[in-house]
Design a protein around this ligand. Sequence first.
Ligand code: GDP
Ligand code: MG
Length: 179
Amino acid sequence: MQPENEYSYLFKVVVVGDGGVGKTSITMRFSQGIFRESYKMTIGVDFAVKTIEVDTPFGRRLVKYQVWDQSGQERFAHIRPLYYRGAIGSLCVYDVTNYESFEHLPSWIEEVEQYCGDIPMILVGNKRDLPRSVPLEDALEFAIKRNLLYFETSAKTGENVNEVFADLARLIILSRSQV
Ligand code: GDP
Ligand code: MG
């Protein structure tokens, strides 16, 4: 790789979805490469940083991610503007073993749009290492209807976690390169 081809970006992205779907686990898996059965409940917001290389139509790029991981709890609603401020991409996460978390996706998408406008978003069905209760057809139908990329991940095994972040980076880079 030629050094002159390198260009680095700093991307703030937000991870949204119901409590317990695995937002913290995905963020930790991506940023630290680890998984724990239990994290202390996220109080308010935390962010994790990680730099990755991504191949784009314009060449290889360095992306510095700042991943903001939110508590899904309603009582922290007052800090939401801070959480969303400056975010240019999002992961909207549900738990494939929990149908309710799937049914709540529209309100999460609406919240991202309300605070951030039309930013690149990827739909993520997490805990794919467990028996699912949300049929794949339902998830795909929803993703197609909303025109969203869809991934199924396991923060536990690490499956697809890096892929989601690489694709989100590509989406962001492409969306910002349009005239
Ligand atoms: P958050 O509330 O959305 O941040 O969810 P957490 O990351 O705290 O995860 C909630 C629970 O689900 C924890 O006990 C995690 O260990 C577990 N968990 C998260 N992701 C996965 C996964 O991909 N597979 C399995 N089996 N468990 C997971
Ligand atoms: Mg959490």
